[in-house]
Write a protein of this length. Structure first.
Length: 383
């Protein structure tokens, strides 16, 4: 009777555990489906923004012309002709001359809009009147900016409005709009974010050193995996923010770019290897982290629940991809070892006879190499 109670208790625990896993996987799949579309939209908007900012960054002829207009205290309305302007503008006069920043400034002295070729190399018209569809919704209040926004939506192309009073450059492209920032302000923001990134890189260095020791001694928990992936994702998101500043800064952002490259060097590879070590479907994990905000990254328990469906403190074994990549084995040998032994701990504890089944004559050298690698990790060497 007592034995039946124990068996029933064990069965309840097993069923609860299996249900927890199933619910976690189901929740993960639901969340993945719900977030995939917004992620794709955000990614598309980000690409549009970066492409536009590259074309309008300091150092380009067009940006120089725009800056001339701002410095002169004038306003302007500039349209990039993508072949869909027919019937949207009237009047003005045809110029069809080579684009130069100074010519753009001179033509901005007139009230009408300036039309450039799609490659920005020619000025085709000046002093033209834009007549976009007024039924298109505009969130702007000024006449110039309303015309710019509606025209951009109607032609699904690029229109630039320069405010005479605010001395701001606003770009419109289809449904997207953005106010270009001053170079000094961008540099300040980029520098501040870079300093935070440097701090996060130092924290990650300490975490990784400890993580190496935990892996080599078979003491990794789900908390450890979530913690290090969380830190990597923070660094990734910060580097994306800085990259946006760099693109907008153009030639002025060279120093920031160089420093950021130093800070994030090899981190993408480390992140990929860690995810491959603990997850069978890396793409899903990448999408999951991409959907999280900075606030979402702070909730490790939620991350653990959705990714693993297990106790936060439960031990977990890495496959060994990251650690074994520090040896002289090739990819096929590493794959064969993991397929045969299952995880890193089994590989570390395998004797030379067992290793010979996979590595043949290379087993002895590999065993020595593993011993040396273990010593270096336990001494705190960074890998």
């Amino acid at each position: 009777m007592e034995k039946d109670k124990i068996d029933n208790s064990q069965n309840i625990k097993i069923n609860f555990k299996e249900n927890t896993k199933a619910n976690s996987r189901e929740n993960f799949e639901k969340q993945r489906r719900n977030i995939q579309k917004p992620i794709d939209i955000r990614r598309q908007k980000k690409l549009i923004k970066l492409n536009l900012l590259k074309k309008l960054s300091p150092g380009t002829n067009l940006r120089q012309g725009l800056d001339y207009i701002v410095e002169s205290g004038r306003g302007a309305l500039i349209v990039i002709n993508n072949g869909k302007l027919s019937g949207i503008f009237q009047g003005g006069f045809k110029i069809n001359c080579r684009f130069t920043p100074k010519k753009l400034l001179e033509l901005a002295k007139m009230d009408g809009s300036i039309i450039l070729s799609e490659d920005y190399k020619k000025i085709s018209h000046a002093n033209a009147l834009l007549i976009p569809d007024k039924t298109l919704i505009s969130n702007e209040t000024g006449t110039r900016h309303q015309a710019a926004e509606r025209t951009a939506k109607q032609i699904m192309g690029l229109v630039i409005a320069i405010s005479e009073k605010r001395r701001k450059i606003t770009i419109y492209s289809g449904e997207f709009s953005y106010v270009l920032q001053e170079t000094s302000e961008l540099l300040r923001r980029a520098t501040e974010t870079l300093q935070i990134l440097e701090k996060q890189r130092e924290i990650f260095k300490e975490l990784l050193t400890n993580f190496n020791i935990l892996e080599i001694t078979n003491l990794v928990s789900i908390r450890d995996v979530c913690n290090i992936l969380k830190r990597l994702e923070m660094i990734k998101k910060m580097s994306e923010i800085i990259n946006g500043y760099i693109v907008e800064l153009g030639k002025e952002g060279i120093i920031v770019r160089m420093r950021m490259k130093e800070l994030i060097k090899d981190l993408s590879k480390k992140r990929e290897e860690i995810i491959q070590d603990y997850f069978s479907k890396p793409a899903r994990v990448n999408r999951f982290f991409e959907s999280l905000s900075f606030d979402g990254l702070l909730d490790e328990e939620n991350i653990s629940r959705l990714l693993f469906g297990e106790s936060f403190e439960k031990g977990i074994n890495p496959r060994g991809i990251r650690i074994l990549n520090k040896t002289n084995l090739n990819k096929n040998e590493i794959k064969n070892l993991i397929d045969f032994f299952g995880n890193l701990n089994n590989i570390l504890n395998a004797n030379e006879i067992e290793l010979k089944r996979i590595l043949k004559n290379n087993a002895e050298n590999f065993k020595k190499e593993l011993g040396s690698l273990r010593e270096q990790i336990l001494l705190g060497k960074e890998f």
